[in-house]
Ligand binder design. Structure first.
Ligand code: IVH
Length: 660
């Protein structure tokens, strides 16, 4: 029998390995349940043998105690900021200056994405995480070690090296995690975070590490130091070394031998910035050679060997001309600011969401005010703050009757949203029909805004299930609808009847139940009727379903009108059963696939379904366990990774061949 000490060390080693696969490489090899079981086993052993507990044990990531305040500590060398270059001309100017100072020597630049988060320096002693400091004023930082420990992509010990290293990098929150955090805050009646950067900063600079732990922060490194000086001879080598040591290093980076390559990289990412899961506000350009960096030196506030190529601003000022409410599919009333149209980063913006009453209160915005608005990623433009109060400003108050149907508006205790309670409200109906047709739900192509509007206004659709009762004659009476398009639409509607349970659930528009939660519910219960009958307590067995979501689901199915909708869908022949288990046979049995890029004919969801029904498995990231990467046009970093790991890459035609 092995000693507890040995067993503990074994478990720690395994957990570290799986944390690395999951949080750094994005390529897990075991399920969350297996991971949790291992963690519990380790915890139990450590509880039984407190003398064997060490600071760098994976169990120490959570559980640090809240503190009284932050301790201020000087950085090993100042965390400087960067000068910025706006546009091509200023970038050329930087290049000219650098080449001039180096008297025409040959040189290379490293281009890295400039992640929009919060910079953090992490110190290792004897290969173990010892201290983490925020930037502070650049010279003196604030110590946030316990909080940093909760970020899984920050290794608690280095993979092999035992040096005293300091790494610097950026703590970020993905857009998705940001949206979820704000949705949770809405539900809890807390003020929203204005952007992912503020949310990341607000999650690190908290006294209670448990809060940091709950925020799903990520850490990307870009600098490797020892005693305040670079460890490697070049920046490129530093990034590779960090990567090998177990840190997350952004894959989108480029070693540029000439200016044109550098410029192309900057322009490429300015264009593609919205396709990234996190926000970036530019590209950082660094002279690769540290020896050249040293000769170029520093000004008082920034290095001469680096520059931030800044993307065009996506914030502008404009006037709020009116505030109106829109009714969404769950009945939530969303106040929307109607703005004097203004160009923001190349797109004309005339509306911005104000989310809810509390947010209006927090911003203190009134009709007539001049506001700063921001477009970020794929989220709708939003109001950042009031810049100047209007002369004749007018306050907005939430109506007590639905502006569309006149039904009662209520605000449920503890929720930020006010809702129209009438499930037959035409605005709710339109929004929920539109939601049902969306990709990832019932995926009904050809059923856009204008058509849904007409269907509801003409009384052809009074209930989501009515979509499945439409006939060509009815459709052809509508504007801009010929026989051909009517038939095509009906064929698409027909095809959507085969949608699996998670999509049906998502399509029901239950407040707080989106794609992810729907998937978890389907996996846990495997049957819509079981979900509809489950108590709030039972519902919480599903992953990520807490009291609030459970209550919302229960409330939904307790409403006779919603139960009626379910019965209608049953009559339409929908399959309410869901077998989460993959098929144990089929031509792709035992094979794992990753999809990347746009396929010529199949939508991503279709490709996934086809692979799964042929017995294969689709995962989101490439690892050594991946059998095939299916690549379409404009593939992402997954293709690079496949090539690095030697994973086979195929196209759609080959995939369809394999399915047969
Ligand atoms: S290098 C002297 N690289 O941008 C070198 N900074 O104004 C200074 N940032 O506060 C930093 N991504 O928080 C560097 N790949 C990257 C970066 C990056 C984001 C942030 C960093 C710094 C600010 C520079």
């Amino acid at each position: 029998m092995s000693s507890p000490a040995k067993k503990i060390e074994e478990l720690r080693e395994k957990l570290r390995h799986h944390e690395y696969l999951y949080y750094v490489l994005d390529a897990p090899e075991i399920s969350d349940t297996e991971y949790d079981a291992m963690m519990r086993e380790l915890k139990a052993l450590e509880d039984a043998h407190p003398e064997l507990v060490t600071e760098d044990s994976p169990t120490r990531r959570v559980g640090g105690k809240p503190r009284e305040g932050f301790v201020k500590i000087a950085h090993s060398s100042p965390m400087l900021s960067l000068d910025s270059a706006l546009g091509e001309a200023e970038l050329r100017e930087f290049d000219r200056r650098v080449r001039g100072l180096l008297r025409g020597e040959s040189l290379a630049y490293v281009a890295e994405l400039k992640l929009d988060g919060l910079s953090l320096a992490v110190h290792y002693r004897d290969g173990r995480l010892a201290q983490a400091l925020t930037r502070g004023d650049g010279v003196i930082g604030e110590e946030v070690t316990e909080n940093a420990r909760t970020i899984r992509s920050i290794p608690m010990r280095l993979k092999s090296k035992r040096e005293d290293w300091e790494v610097r990098g950026e703590v970020v929150l993905t857009r998705r995690a940001f949206e979820r955090l704000n949705a949770e805050r809405d539900a809890a009646g807390l003020p929203r975070f204005a952007n992912p950067r503020n949310a990341a900063a607000g999650s690190i600079r908290v006294l209670d590490p448990a809060i940091t732990a709950s925020r799903q922060l990520e850490y990307f490194t870009y600098s490797l130091l020892a005693n305040g000086a670079p460890v490697c001879a070049t920046q490129w080598e530093a990034l590779e070394t960090l990567n090998e040591a177990g840190f997350k290093v952004n894959l989108k980076r480029k070693l540029c031998k000439d200016f044109e390559t550098l410029l192309a990289f900057c322009q490429e990412w300015e264009e593609k910035r919205d396709s990234l899961p996190y926000e970036i506000d530019g590209v950082v350009v660094k002279v690769d050679s540290v020896e050249q960096q040293n000769r170029l030196g520093w000004t008082a506030k920034a290095p001469r060997w680096a520059i931030a190529y800044k993307f065009a601003a996506r914030q502008e000022q404009t006037v709020v001309e009116n505030i109106e409410v829109q009714v969404g599919r769950t009945g939530a009333l969303t106040p929307v600011a109607f703005l004097r149209p203004v160009k923001v980063g190349g797109v004309t913006v005339s509306r911005a969401t104000l989310h809810n009453e509390d947010e209006i209160g927090r911003l203190g915005v009134r009709i007539g005010d001049t506001v700063l608005i921001e477009r970020s990623g794929d989220v709708i433009p939003k109001v950042v703050r009031v810049v100047k109060e209007g002369d004749q400003r007018k306050a907005f108050s939430m109506p007590d009757k639905c502006p569309v149907c006149g039904g009662a508006v209520v605000r449920v205790e503890g929720e930020a949203a006010s809702r129209c309670v009438n499930t037959n409200c035409p605005a709710r109906l339109k929004a929920s029909v539109l939601h049902v047709t969306a990709r990832g739900v019932m995926d009904i192509d050809g059923m856009g805004d204008a058509l849904v509007e007409q269907l509801v206004d003409h009384g052809l659709v009074r209930n989501v299930a009515d979509i499945y009762r439409l006939n060509p004659e009815q459709l052809m009476e509508l504007e801009r609808m010929g026989r051909k398009s009517a038939e095509k639409l009906l064929a698409n509607i027909e095809a959507s009847r085969r949608a699996p349970l998670p999509r049906i659930l998502n399509g029901l528009s239950i407040p707080f139940v989106g794609e992810r939660t729907a998937q978890f519910l389907a996996e846990e219960f495997g049957d819509l009727d079981k979900i509809a009958a489950a108590s709030e307590e039972e519902l919480q067995r599903a992953e990520e379903v807490g009291p609030k979501v459970a209550q919302s689901i229960r409330r939904f199915f307790d409403d006779a009108r919603n139960r009626d909708l379910v019965e209608r869908l049953r009559k339409e022949g929908f399959n309410f059963k869901y077998a989460a288990k993959r098929k144990a046979s089929g031509p792709l049995h035992g094979l794992t696939f990753v999809l990347t890029g746009t396929l010529p004919t199949l939508a991503r969801d279709d490709a996934k379904e086809r692979i799964e029904s042929a017995g294969g498995k689709v995962v989101s990231s490439v690892s050594r366990k991946t059998d095939y990467v299916v690549a379409g046009s404009d593939p992402g970093s997954k293709l690079d990774k496949a090539n690095t790991l030697g994973v086979k890459v195929i196209d759609e035609a080959r995939l369809l061949d394999m399915i047969g």
